[in-house]
Design a binder for this molecule. Sequence first.
Ligand SMILES: [Zn+2]
Length: 436
Amino acid sequence: MTPIAAWANPSGPVDGDAYDRICRLVCDAVAQGCDAVFLDLHGAMVVADRTDDGEGTLLEKVRAIAPRVPIAVSLDLHANLTERMVRNCDVIAGYKTYPHVDQYEAGHLAGGILLRALEGKVKPVMAWGNRPLLAQTLRENTGERPMKDFVDAARAAEKHGLLAATAFGGFQQADIHDAGISVVTVADGDRAKAQAACEAILDVAWRQKEDFVYRGEPLEQAIARAKRMAEETGGPILLLDHADNCASGATQDTMYVLKEALRQGLTGIAVGPVRDPQAVERMIAAGVGARLTLKVGGKMDMPAIGEKGEPLELTGVVRAITDGEYTITGPQFQGMRCYMGRTAVLDTGAAEIVVIERNQEPWDRGVFTSVGIDPAARRFLLLKSRMYFRPVFLPIAKGMVFCDSIGVGSSEWTRFEYKKLRRPIYPLDEFAAAHR
Ligand SMILES: [Zn+2]
């Protein structure tokens, strides 16, 4: 049976009461008696007033109820692995892709080992470890170095006899002791083998630690570069507002990148989506075809980085109003029905801005096509995206520029004040070349 399936965008700590309720549903189901437990978890949950280790604490509760029942867990590549998680289950396998396109394979791997363990065919034993390395998600694309090497080392370990091996990039915005890169390995009965492989995979990442750091450029320079690229190629050029990516915890309503693009005279920009329920309300009240001046975005403050929201005043025509629903046609979550909330498009002449009521990142062309915008026909696509634009928008783009801006999903470490993170940790602290 499945006692509960729940999902949320990354954001601040999980509400303690919600966590208790979800844990209770899982624990009650286990208490009724079962042969095995499989939990599909993320791995970087922090819970307000409860625990910095949401998954480890849940697993501890489950194990206490059914100490002899085998437990398997699948995790996201951005899990912050802890000793408590590993101690309280029997099998862990995580995603090996980012953008994540192998959720099914990770679940299949963990579940397959669990089934064979139940049949007495294997005896899974785990080892885990980490390195003091805070990798930036922009450098965790598994299609290129250094993350590709890290994940490939895990794949190679599976080819050489391990039941499972996973290389985790970690979730750096969580201010907890164990944030950062880690590895877990599962061997058949041979703990020393699991441990040796785990250390070897970790060393692959540590040797390339400098390459896990994202190095950006000033916003003004990035926009100027994008402008030249569009003049040379005709576009579309992707303007990637990665710091305001809601799937990284951001508010999805900052306007700094658009403001700079308009200041430098860029035209033919499709922007999306921006979350601003108040602006949607005003545009719906005005109706399609109406011309109006309103403040867009910047409605939410960002206390985590000490910034206030800054709306952008724009004048334009309401081009479209929809219910914000579409079905994904791209490779990620294909066929899934999506709900952006009520949606309106403001056309300022230079930019068409898709404004929505609910958080949703541009993970499919449907965020534009559902409101009548053909993204392939625009000079610039300003996307509040960090990684998921790759399989969807890169194929129609003539180039991409990462536009560093203010947002909770920022890759500038200096914006964050870490209190609980273990120190020293790279790149916040320096390490001698030989240190491990
Ligand atoms: Zn992830």
